[in-house]
Write a protein that binds this ligand. Structure first.
Ligand SMILES: [Zn+2]
Length: 70
């Protein structure tokens, strides 16, 4: 039983709107291809709200060595 978080994504180019789970997404600073029009931008530019961005950032920083920059 896990709470599956969904994030809302919007393509800044073609305005495609869809939902995905953070586990399927790269980190916000990684480039991501729109599944519809193929435009490539940082994932952070696809998140619909800052909350969606935080959910992705939280999910993707866990498990990888990206969380500690001091
Ligand atoms: Zn697009």
């Amino acid at each position: 039983m896990g709470t599956e978080a969904f994030v809302e994504l919007v393509c800044p180019d073609c305005r495609k709107h869809w939902e995905s789970t953070p586990s399927k997404l790269p980190a916000p600073d990684q480039s991501f291809d729109c599944p519809d029009c193929g435009t490539r931008r940082r994932l952070a530019e696809f998140t619909r709200t800052s909350l969606d961005l935080e959910v992705v950032r939280d999910a993707t920083s866990r498990g990888s060595a990206g969380g500690e920059s001091s």
